[in-house]
Design a protein. Structure first.
Length: 92
């Protein structure tokens, strides 16, 4: 099978912020009940998540793109060389 540009994989990754509002509500509730220190810790965790989640999504996206590019290069190599794959014993 020859490789053409119509077979290029597409990578789509989305992430939603479903943690900010509940963490803010939790911190507010803790602060109102006299646990200001715990509320501050919750808000610090929220800030870390807000910083680290986009980095994690970027890493996953980059890993997927790298994998797709590797697959494309392998298919291009095999289509140019005429290589059709390994023959496994009993599976010809």
């Amino acid at each position: 099978m020859s490789w053409d540009n119509e077979d290029v994989p597409v990578v789509r990754i989305q992430a939603k912020d479903n943690f900010s509002d509940p963490l803010i509500a939790m911190a507010r509730s803790l602060k109102q009940s006299g646990n200001a220190d715990l509320a501050e810790m919750i808000l610090q965790d929220k800030a870390r998540l807000k910083n680290n989640v986009p980095k994690a999504v970027d890493k996953v996206a980059n890993d997927e793109v790298d994998g797709a590019q590797k697959l494309i290069r392998e298919r291009e190599y095999h289509s140019k060389s005429g290589y059709v794959g390994m023959v496994i014993y009993g599976n010809q």
